[in-house]
Design a protein around this ligand. Structure first.
Ligand code: CTP
Length: 410
């Protein structure tokens, strides 16, 4: 793979020498793009020798090959390590006053940053806001780790170790779409996945919602697409940073807000789909009379308003009723087992009630299931059999779900 390693002016630049070495050893083509400041820490000959490519910091070198955008366009991944506070600010603002800046703007590849700075600088509101802005655009962040810093101080700010950065790079490359020419085991299938959580409006500024981030559903869409499926993601209020991964992977995304909008999108897409996965958390109820204008305490005059709810249509049940021959329909269930009943018993009842081919059950509670990178699923098929119990990252559980779907269809 073609990897650009951006190096910026921090003492941790010396650790990036090892990172470049590891990437070259793994067989990647590595182009190092240091900032002028980075060269005060590690010189140009070192970068050229270990990357085995010419290195320059300026947009005015090698103009004939349009180097200032060519590197970014050709990259399969760009990593910035170390990323100083100044670099994160420059990236957040989209500044392009050197070769690294133009490369970062020209690339459509995944971008990973490994911040390194003193704790105060990392925790400063400006740096934190810049990191959030970058994450919202889909930039991945690894570290910083806590530990001894350059001076006598210690705390979060140490750049992650080269081996950890390399592992993260391999993970990101692996989840990107399969290389041209490879046919994944889901090639030829049309898969529609819903993700996120619906929001049911109360008035123009308020809603009833739930804690689903959309990560598990997005990972299912990414896994399907990476294995060659023609994939559509119906995203209900998915966090921008999570949604960006799907957009980057070339997945068609439809954004929706409420359960009614999600239902309409699924109904529209279902006739052409081979596989439907309802990973979205759909509100069971909506507000009967949505207020035209913002509700105010002044108008309420001391009497708190009462919200009257009406039940939403069950989208999954509707999809099952309209199922076309050969279509596989998968539901999710976030369950909190009650006293005297197992998660599996609840799951089996729900699977029957919904009539789906596969139900992925996971346990939720005040501190389980939501807003976490990991998950544990119990997959129940139409014969009430547990066909798999994957646990791990949401990507790993997503891959296991796709495996189970493909086995059902085989
Ligand atoms: N679902 C749906 N439409 C709804 C509610 C849920 O399509 N109106 C789907 C979800 O996307 C999920 C599955 O049904 O795939 C199970 O959702 P869940 O909220 O667990 O089911 P409910 O029917 O709401 O069951 P209960 O509230 O009794 O647990």
């Amino acid at each position: 793979m073609n990897i650009v390693v951006g190096v910026t002016g921090g003492i941790a630049a010396y650790k990036s020498v090892q990172l470049v070495r590891l990437l070259v050893q793994s067989g990647h083509e590595v182009h190092v793009v240091p900032t002028a400041d980075a060269l005060r820490f590690v010189g140009l000959p070192t970068w050229e020798a270990i990357s085995r490519h010419p290195v320059t910091t300026s947009v005015h070198d090698d103009v004939a090959s349009v180097r200032h955008v060519a590197l970014g366009q050709a990259a399969d991944l760009v990593v910035v390590a170390p990323a100083t506070a100044h670099t994160l600010a420059r990236m957040a603002a989209g500044l392009a006053d050197d070769l690294l800046g133009t490369t970062l703007l020209a690339t459509r590849a995944p971008v990973l940053v490994a911040p390194a700075m003193h704790t105060e600088m990392w925790l400063h509101a400006a740096t934190q806001a810049n990191v959030r802005a970058l994450e919202d655009r889909g930039v991945r962040v690894i570290g910083p780790e806590s530990g001894q810093l350059t001076g006598d101080d210690s705390g979060p700010g140490r750049m992650s170790e080269p081996e950890a950065i390399r592992a993260e790079i391999e993970r990101i490359l692996a989840e990107a779409a399969p290389a041209a020419g490879t046919r994944g085991d889901a090639a030829g299938l049309r898969v529609v996945v819903s993700a996120g959580g619906t929001r049911e409006p109360i008035d123009p500024v308020r809603y009833l919602g739930n804690r689903s981030s959309g990560r598990q559903g997005v990972e299912v869409a990414l896994a399907a697409a990476a294995r060659g499926a023609d994939t559509v993601l119906v995203a209900a209020n998915v966090e921008p940073g999570i949604l960006a991964a799907a957009t980057r992977a070339g997945i068609a995304v439809r954004t929706v807000g409420s359960a009614a909008e999600l239902g309409a999108a699924m109904e529209d897409l279902a006739p052409d789909a081979d596989v439907l996965v309802m990973a979205a958390a759909v509100a069971d109820y909506r507000v009967a009379n949505v207020a035209e204008r913002k509700l105010t305490k002044e108008a309420a005059a001391g009497t708190p308003p009462t919200l009257e709810l009406v039940e939403n249509a069950d989208i999954l049940v509707g999809l099952v009723a309209a199922r076309k021959p050969g279509q596989t329909i998968v539901g999710f269930a976030a369950e909190m087992p009650a006293e005297g009943e197992t998660l599996l018993e609840r799951g089996i009842r729900k699977r029957r009630r919904k009539g789906v081919d596969l139900l992925a059950v996971n346990a939720v509670g005040w501190d389980a299931g939501f807003e976490r990178p990991t998950n544990a699923l119990t997959l129940i098929d139409a014969h009430d059999a547990v066909v798999a119990e994957p646990s791990g990252t949401k990507r790993e559980t997503a891959e296991a779900l796709i495996d189970a779907i493909l086995r059902l269809r085989a």
